[in-house]
Design a binder for this molecule. Structure first.
Ligand SMILES: [Fe+2]
Length: 259
């Protein structure tokens, strides 16, 4: 692995890459982004590692097909801060951001997702958020590993909209309040964006092409699901309502497709 350009992170304020025509960039100090994060050699290694270890359904291209030998890497995984990276995904993430926090990470391919906050979804889906509020990660990252011939699939971000009590993290009733600023993030290969606090965002439908991203969150403490050995059911049946349609159950970490 080449030395990763860590200095690229955090020094760029948002510029014309994001659709911020009417906004003063100095208001965006909680959003950082960087191009050319990895060398071409490293990017190819990471991309090939992911594509070599995962297959995707032809029709539903966001849907992963588990390998028969069980050696594909997980849908969701977690690297505690006191553990060394063991797979290439972890090595690259740790190479980029270090190991000051626990790291929850996952892969996304050509998916679409409604407005939501990255947070402790398992805690909320366990009904526990009636007891105390949902906890959010320290930071969230999205690294676009491979983007090709893409139409659609943009990420939209409400840069000033954090948690609103009364809404679930993923909530069909949530819409950005009238007058909200919404930024459009156009995916491109080897591009990283990070939020330094929880922000509402969504991912629009991919009309054509490919968008492969490696996504992770840094946690100060273990999120509930990892601590309790719970996660939601990653089944072949996509719930109609992603806000409440997933059942939380006991799992073995790391979590694999069809677990
Ligand atoms: Fe997200």
């Amino acid at each position: 692995m080449d030395e990763i350009g860590r200095n690229n992170l955090g020094i760029n304020n948002v510029d014309g890459v994001l659709d911020i025509d009417k906004i003063d960039p100095k208001n965006f100090e909680h959003i950082h982004h960087a191009d050319n994060v990895l060398s071409q050699k490293d990017l190819a290694e990471l991309r090939n590692y992911i594509f070599d270890n995962m297959r995707f359904a032809d029709k539903k291209r966001f849907r992963r097909i588990p390998r028969e030998d069980g050696k594909d890497f997980p849908v969701y995984n977690f690297l505690p801060r006191d553990k060394e990276p063991t797979n290439l995904l972890e090595k690259y993430i740790v190479g980029l951001i270090g190991k000051q926090h626990h790291i929850e990470y996952w892969i996304r391919y050509n998916d679409e997702l409604q407005w939501h906050l990255d947070g402790d979804e398992v805690y909320e889906r366990s009904g526990s958020s009636f007891l105390k509020p949902v906890v959010f990660p320290v930071r969230s990252f999205c690294f676009y590993v491979h983007v090709e011939d893409l139409k659609g699939g943009e990420m939209e971000v409400c840069p000033f909209q954090g948690n609103i009590p009364g809404y679930r993290i993923i909530d069909n009733y949530f819409e950005p309040p009238d007058g909200s600023t919404i930024m459009t993030v156009k995916p491109r290969s080897n591009y990283l964006i990070r939020f330094l606090r929880p922000l509402y965002h969504r991912v629009k439908r991919v009309e054509k092409g490919q968008r492969l991203s490696l996504v992770w969150s840094q946690w100060q403490d273990y999120p509930y699901g990892y601590e309790k050995g719970n996660h939601w059911d990653v089944s072949d049946i996509e719930p109609v309502d992603k806000a409440v349609g997933f059942l939380v159950k006991k799992v073995e970490w790391p979590i694999k497709e069809g677990a």
